[in-house]
Design a protein around this ligand. Structure first.
Ligand SMILES: C[S@@+](CC[C@H](N)C(=O)[O-])C[C@H]1O[C@@H](n2cnc3c(N)ncnc32)[C@H](O)[C@@H]1O
Length: 436
């Protein structure tokens, strides 16, 4: 397999001066903060622009070819496809990710728009009304743990003035303010994860606005060359991609939710409350979590309990060979472990929903198209689950041929999974498949 030169992935005028390693595919987003536009907003679960670039180049696409990412997240695949001037389609079911990733996928080329938004924010006065008029009780309780009252008063004013933004500016406004929210937060952030108990230094509202806008200026300025995004982003679950025609795509680059890695609803609690997507934990479940692939024990109870339905969509031989022994072990562990986690209820839903996506990908990809998927295995209650192998089997059962499975890195390199037994085995894998 050819090695990627990281600097090949971007037009020369977009490359930052930072020295990056030159000989790795880099599955995760370790260096994403060095890349224009990608760096505007990214998170720990994103994969790297380098990886996407590598896959696009290797596919040797024609000018009318289309790249698809059924789990587009913060848009790494679509942004990179823009750089390579190829058409792309994304599906994202999380409303906050969908909203802000548009600012990256369809970036403004007008520096005056950024200036306007910066001036608007720098001239803001603190909100003088009652916070209770803006946020629900639960939201307010959470937000006041994370952000000082002074900063929150200014952030509240942002909500008031959002209506002054044109439709095309809204996504960028939301992205900038969300970044400012993150910077003003008193809590440690890792990507966009917020844990109210781990403290960090908060940056003032106005300083944060300047820092965030400066980065965007720099990138928009460099974008002055003829840049026309050929992307389409859809809001909704990729279990059903009926908007996409049969055999219309030529390459898939994606990374689905990993089994029990992130609860994408919980990790965005601050943003979901702040922007009023949801006002309570229950609403977060109903309006966000329910839309996503079932991959954590925090999934809606009725979905987790609907084992019969999910089981009925998977073949008996597949379940017998790959899933049933895992479910039995997880069920037994639950009896003796503290916490009484319902891990055993995640297995059928996760693989059944992933099968739906794989089947949809088979429908929309042309014969011979490459599929690149980054996924990690899992160890729940010490029970090892080779998710990469099980997903590969699902691909084979649904019309794909596996070309290669490569261990990209040990999970322990990024996350110290001290709390979990079996973690030494954990790794992140690149599955390279071909649609037959
Ligand atoms: C591992 S992240 C992908 C990150 C992405 N590669 C990036 O670089 O930003 C998985 C994404 O899948 C989304 N997701 C979960 N279930 C989904 C579904 N059923 N349909 C579409 N997107 C979904 C999550 O919200 C999350 O953004």
């Amino acid at each position: 397999m050819a090695q990627l030169n990281l600097f090949d992935s971007l037009p020369a005028n977009l490359i930052s001066n930072t020295k990056l390693p030159t000989n790795k595919k880099l599955s995760t987003n370790i260096f994403t903060n060095h890349y224009p536009i990608h760096r505007w907003y990214n998170f720990i679960a994103g994969f790297s622009p380098e990886f996407v670039s590598f896959c696009i180049k290797e596919a040797k696409l024609n000018c009318d070819d289309v790249v698809i990412d059924p789990f587009s997240g913060l848009g790494t695949t679509l942004v990179e496809a823009n750089y390579h001037n190829v058409f792309s389609i994304g599906f994202e079911a999380h409303p906050f990710f969908y909203d802000i990733s548009q600012a990256k996928i369809f970036p403004t080329s007008d520096i005056q728009q950024v200036k306007y938004l910066e001036n608007l924010l720098l001239s803001l006065q603190p909100y003088t009304g009652s916070f209770q008029e803006i946020w629900s009780e639960d939201a307010l309780k959470f937000l006041t743990k994370l952000v000082s009252e002074d900063n929150l008063a200014l952030l509240a004013s942002c909500l008031e003035i959002e209506s002054k933004c044109s439709q095309e500016n809204k996504s960028l406004f939301r992205l900038i303010v969300s970044k400012v929210l993150e910077k003003t937060s008193l809590s440690q952030t890792d990507g966009i994860y917020k844990a109210p108990t781990t403290l960090k230094k908060s940056i003032s509202f106005y300083d944060s606005v300047s820092i965030v806008c400066k980065q965007i200026y720099e990138d928009v300025e460099k974008l002055k060359y003829d840049f026309t995004p050929k992307a389409k982003l859809n809001f909704g679950s990729s279990e059903n991609m009926e908007l996409v025609e049969n055999e219309s795509c030529s390459l898939c680059i994606t990374s689905p939710p990993y089994l029990n890695n992130f609860d994408f609803a919980e990790m965005t609690r601050m943003e979901l409350y702040f922007w009023r997507y949801a006002g309570s934990w229950r609403e977060i479940t109903e309006k966000v979590r329910r839309r996503l692939i079932v991959n954590t024990t925090t999934a809606p109870t009725d979905l987790k309990r609907n084992q019969e339905f999910f089981s009925s969509t998977l073949s008996t031989s597949f379940k017998l060979k790959y899933l049933d022994y895992i479910i039995a072990e997880l069920f037994n562990e639950r009896k003796i472990r503290p916490g009484k986690k319902d891990y055993y209820l995640l297995i059928y839903p996760y693989f059944a929903q992933m099968q739906n996506v794989i089947r949809e990908l088979h429908r929309i990809l042309r014969s011979g198209s490459n599929l690149h998927l980054i996924v990690s295995d899992a160890a729940l209650y010490g029970v090892y689950i080779p998710a990469h192998e099980i997903l590969s089997q699902l691909m084979i059962d649904n019309g794909f041929q596996i070309i290669n499975i490569e261990n990209m890195r040990k999970r322990g390199e990024r996350w110290l999974l001290k709390k979990r037994t079996g973690s030494s085995k954990l790794g992140e894998y690149h599955i390279h498949a071909k649609r037959i």
